[in-house]
Design a binder for this molecule. Sequence first.
Ligand SMILES: [Mn+2]
Length: 322
Amino acid sequence: MTAESEYAFFPEKKVTVIKAPFNGGQGKLGVEQAPEKLIENGLLDDIKEQGWRYEIEDPLMGDDWRAMRADASDVYGNCKRPHMVSEGAKKVYEASVRARENNTFPLTVGGDHAIGMATLLAFVKKYPDGGIIWVDAHADINTPTTTESGNLHGCPVAFAMGLDQEHWPADFDWIKQLGHFINPKQIAYIGLRDVDKGERKILRDLGITAFSMYHVDKYGINTVVQKAIKAINPSGKAPIHVSYDVDGIDPQYVAATGTPVRGGLSLREGLFIMEELAASHLLAGLDIVEVNPALGPTKTHTLDTVNTGLSISRCALGDTIL
Ligand SMILES: [Mn+2]
């Protein structure tokens, strides 16, 4: 197999690194530092080393996110900062669409997971029948009605799916106007272990494929990954986008994140997912989100978390142990 044919959808092996230093989807400061921290610690060199060229997009540059975050009037019912989240997501969406139009591999580095609505919507605009794997401790499928915390980083899948649209803040009208959503059949979860009541009902009602930590324990990670790929890609030929919340991996490896939950994927299980998807030749995009360099209890914890993010990226781009 030649290097050119390893990624079916990216014969030219070019990455667009989309920096998304966005923190409006949740309450904690620091997550906006992650793109720079990953770059400081070698993200771009890693990309080159795996045989890819890259370009960088910085779609959130130039806006005053600090002022937007400070705007106490930016609330809608229980939802916090809908205007800010909508603005951030729209800019990341536009950058993702540009990357898709140029047939480059979008590697979006958050920031919090609210931006997942943007990367998913850009993915299905290009590939209406593509598959999505969402690696996360959380399902992130609350709607503006079901969210208990009001933090919109817990809602991106619902927005990308168009759920509960009648209760969306008007800021999100742009998503309704796109004319496309993701379909519940085209997404599968891996790593779940903290699912809200309202979310569990949505997952069940819509028949969404979800592998919790129970399933990882029961079947092993290899079987879970194969089942997930099969569920979202029955033809075996569809492109697959991965939205990877680092909190899918256990906090013993990833302590510097906003909503850690015990009992997660081991580091190896977390990397195996990406190794296997890279080996499938179908991988067609990656988000790495929720690294929060400000939250490591020690510098070592923060560095471990950043390095886990870098390892996820390397495995996605073709790195193998042997
Ligand atoms: Mn998440």
